[in-house]
Design a protein around this ligand. Structure first.
Ligand SMILES: NC(=O)c1ccc[n+]([C@@H]2O[C@H](COP(=O)([O-])OP(=O)(O)OC[C@H]3O[C@@H](n4cnc5c(N)ncnc54)[C@H](OP(=O)(O)O)[C@@H]3O)[C@@H](O)[C@H]2O)c1
Length: 191
């Protein structure tokens, strides 16, 4: 059954990844609502450069005060796609403290502080999801958390990196050199 109150989403960052998240939330709104059981509402977008034109984003939603956005208290889910360690880490912890769960694509931060962020989520009764930060579109984290919940997994080690995969594939399939393939990955916003 569809609940009437929308699921409010705050987007921290609206670059390569964030702009696509916003676009999918808009173009797939009906499909997402049907799957989730509630309409999904983009409630705010935190960026560094507010005057930049962002196609499909209501300028009234854009703010440079990411801290105020995560402290609002009416946000259900914070999507962190700023990248880097700070202010991303503090914003995620503040979001948990103010009643929001967090989805992050931040590989650097999760690699460095994943355990502490998990603890902060648990302390506040919220969830931390980061499937896109681990092996891109390959579902690994959810199967580990849910399907293998009865197994004791001590450690998983490995490097699976989409950008590296793009570069190696380019070098192999087109004969491009490393620098050329890296330049293309950079131009496309992958690297
Ligand atoms: N690009 C990929 O293919 C890819 C794939 C998987 C995961 N990721 C991860 O996704 C995250 C984002 O990557 P991206 O490529 O989308 O980065 P990006 O294009 O550089 O976008 C970063 C966004 O964060 C905003 N921002 C930066 N500092 C901020 C601050 N202090 N307060 C508020 N907003 C701030 C920027 O604002 P402005 O727009 O105003 O500059 C921009 O919108 C990273 O953790 C990255 O590792 C990226």
């Amino acid at each position: 059954m569809m609940r009437t109150r929308p699921l409010k989403v705050a987007l921290l960052g609206c670059g390569v990844v964030g702009s696509e998240v916003a676009r999918i939330m808009t173009t797939h709104a009906d499909d997402l609502a049907a799957r989730i059981g509630a309409p999904v509402e983009l409630a705010g977008v935190a960026v560094r450069r507010p005057s930049r034109v962002r196609e499909g984003i209501d300028p009234a939603l854009v703010t440079t005060d990411a801290t105020a956005l995560v402290k609002r208290g009416d946000i259900d889910v914070v999507v962190e796609v700023i990248g880097g360690i700070e202010p991303a880490r503090s914003l995620i912890v503040t979001a948990f403290e103010h009643g929001a769960s967090v989805v992050s694509a931040n590989k650097a931060l999760l690699a460095q502080d994943g355990a502490a962020l998990h603890a902060a989520a648990e302390d506040n009764g919220e969830d931390l999801y980061y499937e896109a930060a681990v092996a891109g579109a390959i579902p690994l984290i959810r199967p580990l958390r849910e399907s293998l919940a009865g197994d004791k997994v001590n450690r998983v080690l490995g490097i699976v990196n989409g950008t590296t995969n793009f570069i190696l594939d380019k070098m192999d399939s087109t004969g491009a050199g490393y620098q050329e393939a890296l330049d293309e990955a950079t131009a496309l916003g992958y690297a």
